[in-house]
Write a protein that binds this ligand. Structure first.
Ligand code: NA7
Length: 538
């Protein structure tokens, strides 16, 4: 595609995933703003464009992980309860067909610098290929996983086989037939990748630092008619989604763990387990993420269920250790289908890299600290991302005084409402730092924040306000709010990407708003309905 250079537009959006597409549609089609999306990739879909590793699929069940707009859902149906990346890409094709998105997207266009020019009240945005755009509003929809993480093991570059990061998997796929595959990392990506690779590969060796306390997905095929028959309930489903903590179709129970007798508790856990998905995590007792004793009960149940699936005693102790590695649910559980049975098979192995860390990658395999060398044909890096803040810190964003965002956020993260930054007038971001991001269903988060941004921009236009910029005090308030909410939970007790603890040297802090979607929305609306409380307007 081509566009004028320099480009003059009302709104420049970065990223063409769920967030960017939503903003483009609402701002262009309802408010009549002139909009353009700059997208580094070649297609719509954001993370579903980048993540095409074997087994990549969403851990949220149909129809929760999709847009609430009727014209998008009314004649779209899915093939599986938890769709894979191919199906999600088809969904974006459908979205494009209905909303006509692509004509306003510049693909292969990476933003490398941007700053707000006060005299003209415009953002000046530079791309990697040397082009310039001028925009009144600058909206970042870059997601929380835009910067991949490669650990610095010696010899990483010397490996002669095939090596890929999960989010940079070759489009054409990797032939694993008869191959010895190493999967490093056991986040939601590592579990999916290992599980699927094992269907083809000769052997799969998982390098695990922390066991994933994975939950049964209970995948199933969906039929067209069943979904079409349910469409009448969709408006209500999408409304209800916003009333739950995580933007799902279910929520925490009204009771605490020890309100129930042991027998009742067992029965309740069993029902959540059978229902599958995140229910054992997000529809359980309301104190599970707050109280260590309550949490231990959940872990004990998980342990009993999971250990029963693994016959090899050594693997059993590594994959589902008697002593819990961290509180249950304070790191993201993956949804699995036959992960434990697969790992139990003799050809597959799990290496505990907490006990024996990786020492070196050699041209034909991996050496661990205990001196053991294992040969591989393929290495899959499922080592995650400089999550939540990494992408935005990496874009050359300068504040009105010329200070780079990476500097502003060097010692920790400051934003207002998880959508704006002081010194960055008329810049809004979504599904990023200090928003409900990691603790919410993506499309729900995008719609709550996107709707706020749309309403804010409409108000700015109606009231003839040139720009808004949050006060420093507002950022202090928001940071304190985010931290205080998180400190009441068990989240800070684990080393997770939620806490920035997965990247060596990154400040340890809660990066996400843990108060749930309804409370978050209320806070944001309060500012909007009170003449942009917390912002300076000009
Ligand atoms: P995650 O969840 O950050 O997982 C990364 C994994 O890689 C995790 O198991 C890490 O172990 C492991 N890791 C990272 N560095 C190392 C080193 N140096 N040595 C050994 N193991 C390492 O990323 P994902 O891609 O799985 O998922 C990201 C999110 O995307 C996910 O939560 C979904 O919401 C979608 P650790 O646990 O830190 O001990």
């Amino acid at each position: 595609d081509s566009y004028a250079d320099p480009l003059e537009t009302d709104v420049l959006i970065v990223g063409a995933g769920f967030g960017g597409v939503y903003l483009l549609h609402r701002l262009r089609d309802e408010l009549g703003f002139k909009c353009k999306i700059f997208e580094a990739g070649k297609e719509l879909g954001g993370i579903w464009h980048w993540n095409c590793y074997p087994g990549a699929r969403v851990d949220t069940q149909v129809p929760i992980y999709e847009y609430s707009m009727e014209k998008v859902w009314k004649d779209w149906t899915w093939r599986e309860k938890y769709p894979n990346f191919q199906e999600l890409r088809e969904y974006f094709d459908h979205v494009d067909k209905v909303l006509d998105i692509k004509k306003d997207v510049a693909f292969d266009t990476r933003v490398v610098a941007a700053h707000f020019d006060k005299p003209s009240a415009k953002w000046i945005i530079k791309t990697e290929d040397g082009r310039t755009a001028y925009a009144r509003y600058f909206l970042l929809a870059t997601g929380f996983a835009a910067k991949r993480h490669f650990p610095d093991w010696p010899g990483l570059d010397s490996f002669k086989g095939e090596m890929h990061h999960s989010s940079f998997w070759p489009e054409e796929g990797v032939d694993m037939k008869g191959k010895r595959v190493a999967v490093i990392g056991t986040g939601s990506t590592g579990v999916q990748l290992a599980q699927e690779s094992a269907k083809q590969a000769k052997s799969v060796t998982v390098f695990q630092r922390t066991p994933n306390l994975a939950l049964p997905m209970r995948q199933r095929k969906l039929d067209h008619k069943e979904q079409m028959d349910a469409k009448g309930q969709y408006p209500q489903i999408f409304k209800d989604r916003m009333k739950t903590f995580a933007g799902f179709s279910y929520d925490f129970a009204e009771k605490n763990t020890f309100d129930d007798s042991p027998e009742e508790r067992e029965k309740f856990y069993e029902s959540l387990w059978e229902a599958g998905g995140f229910q054992f995590w997000l529809a359980t007792y309301k104190d599970m993420l707050f109280d260590m004793d309550a949490n231990q009960e959940a872990y004990n149940f998980w342990l009993k269920k999971t250990r029963a699936r693994i016959t090899d005693p050594v693997k059993r102790d590594i994959l589902a250790p008697l002593e819990k590695p961290h509180a249950f649910g304070v790191k993201r559980p993956s949804l699995e289908q036959d992960y434990y049975e697969m790992m139990d098979r003799p050809e597959n192995e799990v290496v505990d890299v907490k006990a024996t860390p990786i020492k070196e990658v050699k041209e034909n395999g991996i050496l661990t600290e205990d001196g053991k060398f294992r040969e591989f044909d393929i290495i899959a890096l499922a080592t995650g991302f400089d999550s939540v803040t990494g992408g935005m810190k990496n874009m050359g964003l300068k504040d009105v005084d010329g200070v780079d965002l990476s500097k502003k956020w060097e010692m920790g993260t400051w934003s207002y409402l998880g959508m704006s930054c002081s010194g960055y007038p008329n810049m809004f971001f979504l599904y990023g730092a200090q928003g409900p991001t990691a603790f919410s269903n993506g499309p729900s988060c995008v719609e709550v924040q996107g709707e706020w941004i749309v309403d804010a921009m409409k108000k700015l236009r109606d009231e003839g306000i040139k720009y808004i910029d949050p006060l420093r005090e507002s950022e202090e308030y928001w940071r304190k709010n985010v931290t205080e909410i998180s400190d009441k939970t068990l989240f800070p007790t684990a080393n997770s990407w939620y806490m920035g603890a997965n990247i060596p040297g990154k400040p340890r802090e809660q990066l996400n708003y843990a108060g749930g979607i309804p409370l978050y929305e209320k806070e944001c609306r309060e500012s909007l309905n009170n003449s942009f409380k917390g912002f300076v307007t000009a």
